[in-house]
Write a protein that binds this ligand. Structure first.
Ligand code: C5P
Length: 226
């Protein structure tokens, strides 16, 4: 069984209020993206990492990851799904169609070895799966004015995280077909669901946060130090 990783890193991360993309912010002495890529490279079984970069990205050459021979970069696209698709297409030239690929956000630096191992073991029992955590809060739906119109049943409701792991060519085809059909694809699992598959939800950890707002950086620093 061969595993590869794809890291979409072509986003600007405007909600961070920083002058440069959030994946290049410094976190406990390393860049966020270096933590994310290192977690994947340290995982036994993962052979390569393909990173999708923004077209005017001049910070990638300043990372530690660029020096690792297992890491390749490709141009990203307008949205996350386009970035992932570009990386998968590039990877297909170097990997087997049925190799497994783990797609992991550049901005998720705290993913643990235990969670990666569990995902790699359980998701390959079917056509793939993803890490997630169950919803514990009471969920409300509002109208545009902010008035509550419903309480949503939280049973069987999950927060989807990454990595999301699927067979390389099955995922590439699902993403490409969904984009041609004009379907909104916010993660790999949604493309697979649209294509008729039922990805497996693998319970991960709440510490696998995505850096989105400034406070997330502090929290990530706390988790990585622990
Ligand atoms: O913006 P958001 O936090 O949802 O982005 C998730 C991941 O997707 C980030 O790692 C970001 O760099 C990446 N991305 C991308 N190409 C885009 C937009 C986002 O690779 N066009």
């Amino acid at each position: 069984m061969t595993f590869h990783a794809v890291v979409p890193a072509a986003g600007l991360g405007k909600r961070m209020g920083s002058d440069f993309p959030k994946q290049y912010l410094s976190l406990n002495g390393r860049m966020v993206i270096d933590w994310s890529i290192q977690a994947l490279l340290n995982q036994p079984g993962i052979e390569t990492v393909t990173v999708a970069l923004g077209r005017e990205d001049d910070l990638w050459p300043t990372t530690k990851s660029i020096a690792d021979p297992r890491v390749t970069s490709v141009a990203g696209g307008a949205e996350r799904c386009h970035s992932v698709l570009n990386a998968l297409q590039d990877l297909l030239g170097r990997a087997a169609e049925d190799d497994w690929v783990l797609v992991h956000d550049a901005a998720r630096p705290c993913v643990s070895r235990q969670d990666l191992s569990r995902l790699m073991e359980l998701a390959q029992e079917g056509t793939g799966g993803l890490l997630g955590v169950p919803v514990h809060d009471t969920m409300k739906r509002t109208d545009e004015t902010g008035s509550i119109i419903a309480t949503v049943d939280r049973d069987c409701l999950w927060h989807a995280q990454t990595p999301q792991m699927f067979p390389l060519n099955v995922l590439r085809k699902a993403l490409a077909d969904a984009l041609v059909a004009g379907v909104t694809v916010t993660d790999e699992a949604s493309a697979m669901e649209w294509a008729g598959y039922q990805p497996r939800m693998v319970e991960g950890s709440a510490s696998n946060i995505k850096i989105t707002r400034p406070a997330d950086l502090e929290l990530a620093g706390f988790y990585l130090a622990g």
